[in-house]
Design a protein around this ligand. Structure first.
Ligand SMILES: *[C@@H]1O[C@H](CO)[C@@H](O)[C@H](O)[C@H]1NC(C)=O
Ligand SMILES: *[C@@H]1O[C@H](CO)[C@@H](O)[C@H](O)[C@H]1NC(C)=O
Ligand SMILES: *[C@@H]1O[C@H](CO)[C@@H](O)[C@H](O)[C@H]1NC(C)=O
Length: 149
């Protein structure tokens, strides 16, 4: 019984979650994402909306056998290690660390991804749904004081 309680508690602690849009925007702002590498917070919210629906548990398998993990859908061939395929592991993390409700690792890794030459265009969801679009609606009603627009 004790070990069952412990297991349930452990499951709760590492469980992912789906963020409410404005709560997610505020969280990213607190981690310095507003204007990071010239990318506005609204673009980051738009990107994660289309990549994961703000779901930290999101997992999608690609045809090339790589997998995309977490709220930013970070790829296992280049950025994290899931032990399933050979990886460059640019963020030096296990992919499972991208699936918890502690988003600090995912945000640190996203900052590394966007620092690569292709920048935010690395994300298909951003290219298709956010690039050259009015993304301000992703911050509507969030009451944020932004230094960067
Ligand atoms: C979040 O992603 C997980 C894993 O794909 C899925 O099981 C869950 O239903 C998703 N949650 C929502 C609200 O879409
Ligand atoms: C990935 O993780 C496995 C298991 O811990 C380890 O053996 C392997 O060396 C790691 N690969 C990279 C590239 O970090
Ligand atoms: C908004 O932020 C700026 C600097 O980041 C600050 O100077 C200003 O007082 C803030 N305004 C409000 C209403 O909080």
């Amino acid at each position: 019984m004790k070990s069952l309680v412990f297991l349930l508690l452990a499951a709760v602690l590492v469980e992912g979650k789906v963020f409410e849009r404005c709560a997610w925007a505020r969280t990213m702002k607190s981690f310095g994402m507003d204007g990071y590498r010239g990318i506005s917070l609204a673009n980051w919210v738009c990107l994660t909306k289309w990549e994961s629906g703000y779901n930290t548990s999101a997992i999608n398998h690609n045809r090339d056998k790589s997998t995309d993990y977490g709220i930013f859908q970070i790829n296992s061939r280049w950025w994290c290690n899931d032990t399933r395929i050979k990886t460059a592991n640019g963020c030096q993390i296990m992919c499972s660390q991208l699936l918890t409700d502690d988003v600090s690792v995912a945000i640190r890794c996203a900052k590394q991804v966007v620092s690569d030459p292709q920048g935010i265009a690395a994300w298909v969801g951003w290219r298709v749904h956010c690039k050259n679009q009015d993304v301000t609606k992703y911050l509507d009603g969030c009451g944020l004081n932004l230094s960067f627009l």
